[in-house]
Write a protein that binds this ligand. Structure first.
Ligand SMILES: Nc1ncnc2c1ncn2[C@@H]1O[C@H](COP(=O)(O)OP(=O)(O)OP(=O)(O)O)[C@@H](O)[C@H]1O
Ligand SMILES: Nc1ncnc2c1ncn2[C@@H]1O[C@H](COP(=O)(O)OP(=O)(O)OP(=O)(O)O)[C@@H](O)[C@H]1O
Ligand SMILES: [Mg+2]
Ligand SMILES: [Mg+2]
Lengths: 223, 223
């Protein structure tokens, strides 16, 4: 369903070239819960940004549902991001002058088959805070708004960049269970970057990255 | 050295009042490594902001080194923040159009006895990236710039809001060891918010928070 083949991404900074991705290849099946782990700077966010159609690669190919998205033009990428992808950003990217509820509504307005906004906010534990602005919320509360926003889109492919980074153990575990349950019940494909090694047992595919490459690839038959 | 006594902090939002802190009391000795843990929304960041002189309380007192900082006027608070405090923010707060090195230098220009800027950046593993801007750095690299900036000030009191939230296990552990070593060698007092329960063994004081209160307080004789 998802296939990265020898993907390279380079950043030129004067005389220095950073090889953010240096030949990344892996596959993910439809409906999988895939987990991406690795040290800081390994290239995890770069992989997710490419999968989400938010950045372009320098070499290689990325096919999603049979189509090489690396060959999409701007218009096709915009459609892809809007219709097929839900994205939880490492830095949340919430709209500061919209409330939590309005942030989630904004994302669902362009969705073909969105979930109920208030229900999703309740599922992430923010029922009483949905009328607050991001600046009135704690770090973990803001992260949960970002998660609700992506979930509510009801996308084919949900991409989460460290979705529990600001959450305590119990809240984080509940969030991952919510994501996993949604993945199992709706057939959604889920890719999660996490540095919480304790969670790798939950996924069908474990992709370990290091220095812009895949260092290890595990298939888990019984998550 | 640090004493919070029945501290209250309230946010009024229309008819609703949020009791961010609902009677918080605890003490920390000079040179301690204190760890604050608790669920998302418990009030941890609010406590740190008050300790750092960046916010004001509604009830109670906070004494640091014998002085009630809750009674400081604006000028005294500015001096306190500038000279005595190093702060690692939950959202980093880096200056986007200054490089990593310039961000750290900016903080040390107003310090009485700063550490060497390049040396501190090397200690957090960013020797090769110090001339990059925050937007050219991964999440964990940006977090490490924020840590270097606070450390380089060589403050009496170092306050860190989830300093390893975006770091993988190995990098995070190295960073906490660096903070602990600095605390032990310089006599600095260190307060760290973390939701990584595995790390609580490292501190002399463990302060567990829940719903705006201290739910548990442990003294660890042998960290
Ligand atoms: N715009 C950019 N310009 C230059 N280098 C960049 C840029 N964006 C990312 N990089 C570099 O590419 C490498 C991979 O970055 P990436 O953000 O993918 O890492 P990551 O695995 O997500 O790390 P973290 O766990 O710290 O978030 C890093 O060395 C980073 O500094
Ligand atoms: N400006 C504000 N206006 C209204 N409520 C606020 C404001 N700032 C914080 N709060 C609320 O106060 C409570 C405590 O917030 P705080 O940021 O201290 O939590 P925290 O323990 O740091 O949580 P996290 O682990 O999620 O970062 C939360 O319920 C939060 O929503
Ligand atoms: Mg990242
Ligand atoms: Mg916080």
């Amino acid at each position: 369903y998802i296939k990265l083949d020898n993907v390279h991404k380079r950043y030129k900074m004067g005389e220095v070239t950073i090889n953010a991705l240096n030949g990344v290849s892996f596959g993910i099946d439809k409906g999988d819960f895939a987990i991406v782990v690795g040290p800081s700077g390994a290239g995890k966010t770069t992989v997710l940004n490419l999968l989400g159609g938010m950045d372009s690669l320098d070499e290689g190919s990325i096919s999603v549902d049979g189509k090489n998205i690396a060959e999409y033009n701007q218009k096709m990428l915009t459609e892809y991001r809007r219709n097929d992808i839900g994205f939880v950003f490492q830095f949340y990217n919430l709209v500061q002058n919209l409330t939590a509820k309005e942030n989630v509504e904004l994302a669902t307005q362009i969705s073909t088959n969105p979930l109920d906004v208030e229900h999703v906010l309740e599922m992430v534990g923010l029922k009483d805070r949905m009328n607050n602005f991001p600046s009135q919320l704690s770090g973990g509360e803001q992260q949960r708004v970002a998660i609700a926003r992506a979930l509510a889109k009801n996308p084919k492919l949900l991409l989460c960049d460290e979705p529990t980074g600001a959450l305590d153990y119990m809240t984080g575990k509940a969030i991952l269970k919510l994501l996993q349950d949604t993945c199992n019940s709706t057939g959604m494909t889920l890719v999660v970057i996490t540095h919480n090694g304790a969670l790798t047992g939950m996924g069908e595919k474990i992709i370990k990255m290091k220095n812009g490459r895949v260092s290890e690839y595990k298939i888990n038959k019984n998550p």
